[in-house]
Write a protein that binds this ligand. Structure first.
Ligand code: ISE
Length: 346
């Protein structure tokens, strides 16, 4: 679109109509001004059809990724398919010069993420926004502003907690803790500290007797060290039973800042003072999901430049996650490679 021109409605093609895809379609159709879902694709045709039918969309169901991406009635792509099915629609969108929002992780590993960066660099302009929703969460943004203001002095130590009530699906295994859960904390601390991760180590804690999955070794402790020397342990406990509990803290030279819990009513009853806690991420990060889509849609409509986590952030998270997986398998600390950052992402 020529600069200065603004589109009224971003016509979106959604790849992946499973649980998160349906949630995104609903959000885009009801909460995001200037967006309309005009096309859907899922390898399971019934899932795509169900999304169209249940949500009462006028969207067309496409038979393949290439068809959806190249369709005239699709201005931009939203990718919510399985992690190992992100690369094809991403590369197709870049080849077509259409913006693409992709759920995290950007791709299944650093090799695939590198292909996305290379394609975008060859295209010569940013098209990709990655769904690292913490960067759009009010609490993380407040922390970031406080750290950037500098009054607390330089960051010295960080700490994170990533607890889920129970594993997301029956297929959630040991490596998903890194690729699906810790990947958020990897990006969040890169964002908060404005620094890359130089080294990681993953340790497995004592097994929870309530852990239902034989192929899920957890709790896990991810120990990150940034290039600047900030050490950040993150506790991963995806079977904690009591709630979806996400925490972050940064200790600085003159003070400390912690992620606020989402405000909920305080209940004083039966000898206790209590606050409810979210049971899942869809609830805890509902506003962040909406904010990241509003930013994406505004960019598609030419109202502002594409912002938020880019393909370079996606690659750096993949490089860090890959190193964490090596550490998980070999039980040693692992250095994270640091390729030169292309000018596009300066
Ligand atoms: C899930 O896939 C998400 O993206 C959530 O934000 C994360 O907290 C959860 O652990 C993942 O399973």
């Amino acid at each position: 679109m020529a600069s200065g021109e603004a589109r009224r409605t971003a016509r979106l093609g959604v790849v992946g109509c499973g649980a998160i895809g349906r949630d995104h379609i609903r959000r885009l159709s009801t909460l995001v001004a200037g967006a309309e879902v005009t096309g859907v694709f899922d390898v399971v045709a019934e899932a795509a059809q169900a999304a169209v039918d249940d949500l009462g969309l006028g969207a067309r169901r496409f038979g393949g990724v290439a068809e959806l991406v190249s369709a005239d009635e699709v201005d931009a792509i939203v990718i919510a398919s399985r992690n190992d099915a992100h690369l094809e629609p991403l590369l197709a969108a870049i080849a077509a010069g259409k913006p693409a929002f992709v759920e995290k992780p950007m791709a299944i590993d650093a090799e695939q993420s590198r292909q996305v960066v290379e394609a975008e660099v060859a295209h010569g302009a940013r098209l990709v926004q990655v769904g690292f929703n913490r960067r759009f969460d009010a609490g993380y943004l407040q922390m970031k502003r406080i750290l950037d203001a500098g009054d607390l002095g330089a960051p010295l130590l960080g700490a994170g907690r990533h607890y889920n009530v129970a594993p997301a699906t029956a297929y959630y295994g040991t490596e998903n803790v890194v690729n699906d859960s810790f990947v958020h904390d990897i990006d969040a601390f890169r964002f908060l500290l404005d620094d890359d991760i130089a080294r990681v180590e993953v340790r497995i804690g004592r097994r929870n007797s309530l852990n239902p999955a034989p192929a899920l070794d957890e709790p896990q402790l991810l120990l990150m060290e940034t290039v600047g020397g900030v050490i950040v342990p993150v506790e991963g406990n995806v079977n904690c039973q009591y709630g979806y509990d996400i925490q972050a803290r940064v200790v600085c030279e003159r003070g400390l800042v912690s992620l606020p819990d989402v405000a909920t009513p305080e209940v004083r009853f039966a000898g206790r003072i209590a606050h409810p806690i979210s049971s899942d991420w869809a609830d805890r990060f509902a506003d962040a999901y909406t904010a990241e889509f509003r930013a994406f849609v505004d960019a598609v409509n030419g109202r502002r430049a594409l912002a938020g986590p880019d393909a370079w952030d996606g690659l750096m998270a993949s490089l860090t996650a890959d190193a964490a997986l090596v550490s998980l398998r070999e039980r040693v600390p692992v250095d994270v490679p640091r390729p030169a950052r292309p000018a596009l992402y300066a």
